[in-house]
Design a protein around this ligand. Sequence first.
Ligand SMILES: N=c1c2ncn([C@@H]3O[C@H](COP(=O)(O)OP(=O)(O)OP(=O)(O)O)[C@@H](O)[C@H]3O)c2ncn1[C@@H]1O[C@H](COP(=O)(O)O)[C@@H](O)[C@H]1O
Length: 109
Amino acid sequence: MSDQSETTDEPTDETSEDLLRDLSAVIEDRKENLPEGSYTTSLFTHEKGENRALEKLGEEATEFVLAAKDADEEELAHEGADIVYHMLVVLAMHDVDVDDLLDELRERR
Ligand SMILES: N=c1c2ncn([C@@H]3O[C@H](COP(=O)(O)OP(=O)(O)OP(=O)(O)O)[C@@H](O)[C@H]3O)c2ncn1[C@@H]1O[C@H](COP(=O)(O)O)[C@@H](O)[C@H]1O
């Protein structure tokens, strides 16, 4: 991945919705422009097609479960982020807007 920023404790006005929308916008950009050297591009252009992203999502979910079993909280956050990213890639592959997911969550409150 090219420009993932480090986690900081600094206050930010960015909401979690902004964060998800921004990440989705980057994924949409990769889908449209397929820049070389991008991990996201490698998922959109993989010879296995969508199955590669689905495989990765499954792997990350398994790693998340193992981290929970090990009570490894740092790893849980890491693997959880991997799941969210790969899930957004799969949503983009199906042209499902992240706002549909956010609306779904909002309606459940
Ligand atoms: N959020 C992510 C993100 N999360 C996970 N990954 C990649 O997903 C892969 C996970 O596979 P593995 O678990 O097998 O990888 P690993 O090498 O063992 O790494 P980790 O388990 O330690 O993550 C790694 O290559 C990660 O780099 C991500 N790649 C990209 N992004 C975002 O997408 C943006 C665009 O990235 P590029 O498409 O690379 O430009 C980045 O700026 C990020 O914001």
